[in-house]
Design a protein around this ligand. Structure first.
Ligand SMILES: O=C(O)c1ccc[n+]([C@@H]2O[C@H](COP(=O)([O-])O)[C@@H](O)[C@H]2O)c1
Ligand SMILES: Cc1cc2nc[nH]c2cc1C
Length: 337
């Protein structure tokens, strides 16, 4: 295992690998020389420079993209907080394997390899209104599953999840680490009705009350109020940082999964971008808190990495321009007066 204790994670966060500033600077210079008014490709320019810095090359590539989808089950599902039964988690994992889910179609279109990691689906986490969802050992095993899912070398990692009831988990993490109660953070998830929404709020409030002594310990919160697929996403984001692989985060759940890391080290998400703003309540507020500007805003709320996978197409557009455009000198185009 990469991390044997929570202190190992804290130690990693104190000494984070940085991107390559020379490559980012070279890419920024190149952007200035291309046949367009400076800045006119807007955030596509920044994306090319960001990829250059983390890949360590002036001309970044997207030849090897891994989409990692982690799946987990949750004790709180028994409290009626989802529109679907928890069997759907394993059923959707089978659907991913058969190629029938939305993410299979988008991954193929985007030229990315899909990797699905179900994590102990037959052993849901405990109901966190009456105890910790995971003990430290369980949490570290799930985190390690995420770490090991990341290739030694890749041009981009995209992280997402599947787990019935996990929008309640994500909302609870946000409430615990950002403040506010269930009414601020509980959204409709897979489409719960009004009574389900009330049950989500009540569940979150009960969890906050039970764990009130723990709320200033981000990793303690991630274990006690989190879930295995969220812990795995955190582990994958840490592995990507260690290997300097840029990351696209999916929606509300995937972003909430890395909130505990951001509480340990403010710079820890420098290698990450938010693929999209989910329609789920709370995601925009969470993105603002983490200083992440979403690449897309399409009213998506599916999870399974789908929103971030669509955003790969934007990165491809950014790199097509960055690598393919002529410079003013090459094209004989006059510069600004
Ligand atoms: O991450 C998001 O933005 C998101 C928003 C709504 C639903 N989901 C997905 O729906 C499931 C969780 O919804 P729920 O209602 O069961 O909590 C889980 O499989 C997520 O992938 C995900
Ligand atoms: C059908 C279904 C597909 C999903 N994909 C991600 N979360 C999901 C939740 C449900 C219910």
């Amino acid at each position: 295992m990469q991390f044997n204790t929570l202190d190992d994670i804290r130690g990693f966060c104190r000494d984070l690998p940085a991107g390559d500033e020379a490559s980012a600077e070279a890419a920024a210079q190149r952007q200035q020389s291309l046949t367009k008014p400076p800045g006119s490709l807007g955030r596509l320019e920044e994306l090319a420079i960001w990829l250059a810095g983390w890949q360590g090359r002036e001309m970044p590539r997207l030849d090897r993209i891994t989409i990692a989808v982690f799946a987990g089950n949750h004790g709180i599902a028994e409290r009626g907080v989802s529109a679907y039964p928890s069997e759907v988690t394993a059923q959707m994992v089978a659907n991913f394997a058969a190629g029938g889910a939305a993410i299979n179609q988008i991954a193929r279109l985007a030229g990315a390899e899909l990797r699905v990691e179900p994590i102990e689906l037959n052993r849901p986490t405990r109901d966190f209104t009456t105890g910790p969802a995971m003990d430290t050992a369980d949490f570290l095993v799930a985190l390690d599953t995420g770490w090991r899912a990341v290739p030694e070398a890749a041009d981009l990692l995209v992280v997402g999840e599947m787990g019935i009831a996990n929008t309640t988990v994500a909302a609870t993490l946000c409430a615990a680490l950002m403040g506010g109660r269930g009414v601020r953070w509980a959204g409709r998830g897979t489409g719960v009705d009004d009574a389900g929404l009330v049950r989500k709020r009540t569940t979150i409030d009960a969890a906050l009350k039970f764990h009130r002594g723990l709320l200033d310990d981000p990793l303690g919160v991630a274990a006690a109020l989190g879930g295995r697929e969220l812990a795995a996403i955190a582990g994958a984001v840490l592995a990507a940082r260690a290997r300097r692989i840029p990351v696209l985060l999916d929606g509300f759940v995937a972003t909430a999964a890395v909130l505990p890391l951001a509480r340990l080290a403010p710079d820890i998400l420098a290698h990450c971008r938010a693929g999209h703003a989910s329609a789920e309540l709370g995601h925009r507020e969470l993105l603002r808190e983490l200083d992440l500007a979403p690449l897309l805003d399409l009213d998506m709320r599916l999870g399974e990495a789908s929103g971030a996978a669509v955003a790969i197409l934007l990165l491809r557009a950014a790199l097509a321009c960055h690598g393919g455009m002529a410079t003013f000198a090459e094209a004989g185009v006059s510069g600004a007066d």
